[in-house]
Design a protein around this ligand. Structure first.
Ligand code: MN3
Length: 200
């Protein structure tokens, strides 16, 4: 049985940049719906219960055909959102430090160069999808709830949900304003921790 993890902060704490209304809707309704539909799919193929979600996502083609779509969309949705909540914090913003900052600067010239490239890619996602920073410092995008591990890539260091449900209530159609605001809540401590764990 999959469950929606609690937010590591209260719904209203990101209010300056992302309203409590969005957080409640996004976490309690959208994420919950992914979890409910993922659980329904797993119930229909109980052997999958023994395998961790990451393993299912990394090898969708090996799953019974009847559940492939649900694992991809709802399993991907659960995986992505469980990470997304952790990547934000009321104490977020600023810049990474140490080896992560060094790698980023090596690839993009500066932290701002990274932000600009990530922002450009996020605005280039047509329709619904995600933007990711990978451990090799590449910035990639995926459609819908696809996640990098489905493509044989590493788990991402950081990701941004650019589905309209993530910003429409606050920013209407202005995805650029949402992305600009989002940098103020990015939890670089979590990103750095993921980076360090992957180096080990
Ligand atoms: Mn979402």
């Amino acid at each position: 049985m999959y469950t929606v993890p609690d937010l590591p902060y209260s719904y209203d704490q990101l209010n300056k940049y992302i309203s409590g209304d969005i957080m409640r809707l996004h976490h309690d309704k959208h994420h919950q719906a992914y979890v409910d539909k993922l659980n329904a799919a797993i119930d229909s193929a109980p052997a999958l219960r023994e395998r961790p979600l990451e393993a299912l996502l990394a090898d969708i083609a090996s799953l019974p055909e009847s559940v492939q779509g649900a694992v991809r969309n709802h399993g991907g949705g659960h995986y992505n959102h469980s990470l997304f909540w952790q990547w934000m914090s009321p104490d977020g913003g600023g810049e990474p430090a140490g080896e992560l900052a060094r790698k980023m600067t090596e690839q993009y010239g500066s932290f701002q160069g990274f932000v600009d490239e990530f922002t450009t890619k996020s605005l280039g996602v047509f329709g619904s999808g995600w933007v990711w920073l990978q451990p090799d410092m590449q910035i990639i995008t995926t459609a819908n709830q696809d996640t990098p591990i489905m493509q044989g890539l590493d788990t991402p260091l950081l990701g941004l949900d650019v589905w309209e449900h993530a910003y429409y209530l606050d920013y209407k159609n202005k995805r650029d304003d949402y992305v600009k605001a989002w940098w103020n809540v990015v939890n670089w401590d979590v990103v750095d921790e993921r980076f360090k764990n992957l180096l080990q």
